[in-house]
Design a binder for this molecule. Structure first.
Ligand SMILES: [Mg+2]
Length: 357
């Protein structure tokens, strides 16, 4: 799906989004899932074409024709494959959509969500200049967004944060470094403490926990882990060693709804608050993020965006809209409540595979 404007972060610039969609047909119902790992392995080691191949050649044959009564059942069938959470998530999401439909429930109710409205934030990538950023933040605060997230990378860093704080003394905002730094930059993160950031998201390497624990001991600002949390097991380890005080949950990165629920629950028990991230999915993938944002331990506005923020035309329908300032409303429809528009899907599909039990 082409983006309205390129999205620039510490790992590079994307002008389109590459998703892998899975449709599961069973018992007269069809469930849809979407995994959006980007075109290149720049956010994580996975990438869209690789996700498609492992789903086609390995994962789909493992589940075809099997009876799956729970998310854990599904994950057990996939457990012979190491890693590859984005690929597993595509199947897991489709299963949860199907499961919620088969129980005649909206997905957010099936997972014990607590409310049909959620708070969402406004995000800004690396921009051409500070004036553009300040205008964007002013517009977002006027629209009622309660928090702002700013991408942060070498060259768009401390000075940018200082200018934003001077211009908006009371703004709740945080930065996302997308793993661009190392412990050698600890002094810069200490300097950032004076700006009252809500958190610093993924300052160090995408697969690190230990250095994050060391950095967290040196700074007052809470660290939030995103890229590093790829499973319930490393979420547990991150909490045990004090690598973070927040965890960002994304269904793709964690291996699906099943895994996000496990991480959510263990964070809740440990007193570590969470919020929901996204990968610029279509409204189909975003709707799973929306459902997860209703969980009780979600304590910060989530990265779920109205379709028009990034897309002229959304692949899926209904498209997502704001429901009041900085809020979105969950669909009362059974399942995830969103599915691809057949014409858009045909137009945008580059490769597909069909399996029959
Ligand atoms: Mg992030």
């Amino acid at each position: 799906m082409p983006l309205i404007a390129p999205w620039t972060t510490a790992y590079g610039s994307d002008d389109s989004i590459h998703s892998v969609l899975v449709r599961i047909d069973s018992a007269g119902l069809c469930g849809w899932g979407e995994s959006c790992p980007l075109q290149f392995p720049s956010y994580s080691p996975e990438w869209a074409a690789g996700v498609f191949m492992i789903l086609r050649d390995v994962l789909a044959p493992l589940v075809l024709g099997k009876t799956v009564s729970s998310g854990q059942d599904l994950q057990a069938l996939l457990s012979c494959v190491k890693g590859n959470p984005f690929a597993k998530a595509a199947l897991d999401l489709a299963w949860w959509d199907h499961c919620a439909q088969s129980r005649s429930q909206p997905l957010w109710k099936l997972i014990n969500g607590r409310s049909d409205t959620i708070e969402v934030g406004a995000d800004f990538g690396v921009m051409d200049n500070l004036d553009l950023l300040l205008k964007g933040i002013a517009a977002a605060t006027q629209q009622g967004f309660k928090r702002i997230k700013l991408k942060f990378r070498p060259g768009w860093d401390v000075e940018m944060v200082a200018v934003v704080r001077r211009s908006f003394p009371d703004l709740v905002f945080h930065i996302d470094c997308n793993g661009a730094y190392s412990l050698q930059d600890a002094r810069m993160f200490e300097e950032l403490d004076q700006y009252g950031l809500a958190m610093i998201e993924q300052p160090l390497a995408h697969d690190d926990l230990i250095d994050h624990a060391q950095l967290q001991r040196r700074i007052k600002t809470p660290i939030c882990l995103d890229e590093s949390i790829t499973s319930p097991d490393n979420a547990r380890k991150a909490i045990e060693i004090g690598a973070c005080r927040w965890i960002n949950l994304k269904p793709g990165r964690a291996g699906g709804i099943t895994r996000v629920l496990e991480i959510h629950d263990l964070c809740q028990s440990a007193g570590v608050p969470c919020w929901i991230g996204s990968m610029l999915e279509s409204s189909l993938g975003m709707s799973f993020c929306l459902a997860l944002a209703t969980l009780p331990n979600i304590k910060y506005p989530s990265d779920v965006f109205p379709s028009r923020r990034f897309y002229r035309k959304d692949l899926a329908r209904p498209s997502l809209e704001l429901f009041g300032p900085g809020r979105m409303k969950l669909s009362p429809a059974n399942g995830v409540g969103t599915q691809p528009d057949p014409d858009e899907l045909a137009h945008l599909t580059v490769e597909s595979a069909v399996f029959t039990a």
